[in-house]
Ligand binder design. Structure first.
Ligand SMILES: [Zn+2]
Length: 417
């Protein structure tokens, strides 16, 4: 694959890292105690409850293949990813399907996840998905090397530990299987509900995964820089042979959110050839996700970021319910203290408000985005996509009756089969 690097940034600017022997790939299945007990009815991080761990679980049958990282809880209040990964590993173990490469579940912001607070914390000192900038990483690594870790912000310490785990595991994997690719799906949820969104950045993952893909101005820059501080931007540019994307599965507490994330993971495993096919229950899960996408744009381009200056005086006027809603030019959407926040007066475009900020008050800080303004590039998800994608031989080679039903247009029969 092509790796895009800014002229000022090269792999060799990364400090060399020693490989932990315990990360060498082989045949294993290590669900952490978190996963054995399930994450749906345990409140981790609370007093007397188990704490989240960096490595949630690993699964491999020792066959050469890609390395797939699943990251959950980079924002400490977004926890559906833990459940999705848990379900995925349990089904892999129960199915005895041939698996190539390795899949690893990682926790993001352990400090926030394990904070002993009444309400789940998105972050403690700084948004963790804004700190992955080369200069911040270099500074934090220098501080750590000189024993001044206590001067770092909590999320910078988390950042260093997460990156060390990722680099180390990838090095071990590629030492044994040098040609292998790395895929990273960074699982998030939105404060508003709705169908999945994704930020593919330089990866090609939007060609594979079912979600409305969001591109930003700087995605189109031929020499993109890691100026947003997103983990997936950093990994796409700095980790060799890696494709990383953010997948927003739905609302924080949405009933489909964890299922959508799991469906995306199964599609990723099939497309990356970690598994050769989806089975019917998984196929149904993917189809349920696709049903939610019907009528939504396939791709939107961010044209403006609108930020909050006065969190204490912030009041939303337009009652957003979904993470992607059509808006009108000049529409008043919120008050930021005495400042009116309006959609810019641009006519003739298919405009959407993306990911409106409906976080709890305690999770809103000055500088946070109120909403992203985006423009649809035209194409929408339709009935055709549901059938066409699902009938792809790569996803369904072993299920002839299902494929036959699909071709005859009997989608519902297929799901009941
Ligand atoms: Zn998030």
């Amino acid at each position: 694959m092509t790796v895009f690097l800014s002229p000022s940034f090269q792999y060799n600017t990364l400090p060399s890292r020693t490989i932990r022997q315990s990360y060498l790939p082989g045949k294993f299945s290590i669900p952490s105690p978190n996963l054995i007990k399930g994450t749906d009815h345990i409140e981790f991080g609370k007093e007397a409850n188990p704490t989240y761990q960096r490595i949630l679980g690993r699964y491999s049958q020792g066959n050469p293949g890609p390395l797939v990282f699943v990251i959950s809880g980079l924002h400490g209040n977004e926890r559906a990813g833990f459940h999705a990964f848990d379900q995925l590993i349990k089904k892999l173990e129960a199915s005895h399907v041939k698996f190539k490469g390795e899949i690893v579940g990682l926790s993001g912001n352990l400090a926030a996840l394990n904070a002993k607070t009444d309400k789940p914390m998105r972050f403690l000192d700084v948004d963790m998905n804004r700190v992955f900038k080369p200069e911040l990483i270099a500074k934090a690594e220098k501080m750590k090397a000189s024993g001044k870790t206590h001067l770092l912000r909590k999320e910078e310490i988390e950042m260093l530990d997460l990156l060390e785990t990722i680099h180390s595991m990838q090095q071990s994997h590629r030492q044994k299987w040098p040609e292998s690719q790395t895929f990273v799906l960074d699982l998030h949820s939105t404060s508003a509900s709705g169908a999945p969104l994704m930020l593919p950045f330089k990866s090609m993952l939007h060609k594979w995964l079912p979600a409305t893909s969001i591109t930003d101005k700087h995605d189109l820059d031929p020499h993109p820089k890691m100026n947003r501080g997103y983990l997936n931007d950093y990994l796409n540019l700095a980790l060799p042979n890696c494709q990383a994307a953010v997948f927003e599965g739905g609302g924080h507490d949405g009933e489909n959110t964890a299922k959508n994330m799991e469906a995306a993971l199964w599609v990723l495993l099939a497309k990356s050839k970690s598994i050769s096919a989806l089975n019917l229950p998984t196929f149904a899960l993917v189809n349920a996700l696709k049903e939610q996408l019907k009528g939504r744009p396939k791709e939107v381009k961010v044209i403006d970021h609108i930020a909050i200056n006065y969190p204490r005086g912030y009041k939303s006027i337009r009652k957003f319910e979904s993470n992607l809603e059509k808006v009108k030019p000049n529409e008043l959407i919120a008050m930021d203290g005495f400042r009116e926040i309006r959609i810019p007066d641009i006519a003739g475009k298919d405009l959407y408000a993306l990911m409106p900020n409906l976080q709890d008050k305690h999770n809103i800080k000055a500088g946070d985005d109120v909403v992203f303004l985006a423009e649809s590039t035209g194409e929408k998800f339709g009935e055709q996509d549901l059938v066409a994608d699902l009938a792809e031989p790569a996803l369904l080679p072993d299920y002839a009756p299902a494929v036959r039903n699909l071709k005859a247009g009997k989608l519902q029969d297929t799901l009941k089969a």
